[in-house]
Design a protein around this ligand. Sequence first.
Ligand code: SAH
Length: 243
Amino acid sequence: MTGHVSLVGAGPGDPELLTVRAVRRLAEAEVVVHDALVSDAVLALAPPTAELIDVGKRPGQGVAQDLINVLLVRLAREGRRVVRLKGGDPFVVGRGGEEAAALAEQGIACEVVPGISSAIGAPAAAGIPVTYRGLSAHFTVVTGHRQRGESPVQWQSLAQAGGTIVVLMGVAQRADIAAQLVEGGLPDTTPVAAVHRATTGEQTVVRCPLRELATTPIESPAVIVIGAVASLDIRSIAAAVDA
Ligand code: SAH
């Protein structure tokens, strides 16, 4: 018996944004191995009998990736129904690919259940369409946090590419990111929106021009949207039409 793991995307926070399959896998779970970002409302969909294991990586703590891989393999070998629950989409900036590969190497079947990435869900929750005719025809999702040894992000090339830039894990590095984008030719008047704890009861949205990104207080976790669309708020347009 080799066991089975479902690598499930938990979406940005609101449980209503889970896929039908994610809800089903959670309801059947015997053990849920989850990240820090997964909301309590989503975890509440696991049966009360399910064991919940928090392997969340908060700064300075959390469980190392190797140990998470070992844990998943062990739980699967015990023959339990394992849900590995990751914020947003498991394969967008979150090392889900490495976990799937580690399981495959050990001969353990791994199913991937995609989720709504915060890269899409957070802008949407702030009324920002990541593409919009005449403003932006494409968007780039990029992580602001690189581990040592990983290749650096080519921010100056991104500045040249145009379109919308969606930064995950970028709060701590935002001064550096803004400086490199401006150096790359992006006007310092470019609109920016930061969406904190998107789709949860604690959601906040901060907007500023790129030149003020470094000094504007933003709390993690947040998605930072950079580009002309960041000045839009479709929610207020809808409200104006209703009025
Ligand atoms: N796989 C996840 C991303 C994991 S990296 C996804 O697809 O969304 C963690 C980063 O995601 C955070 O630093 C933050 O930038 C972003 N994030 C995840 N959930 C968020 C939320 N509810 N609100 C704002 N940002 C969020």
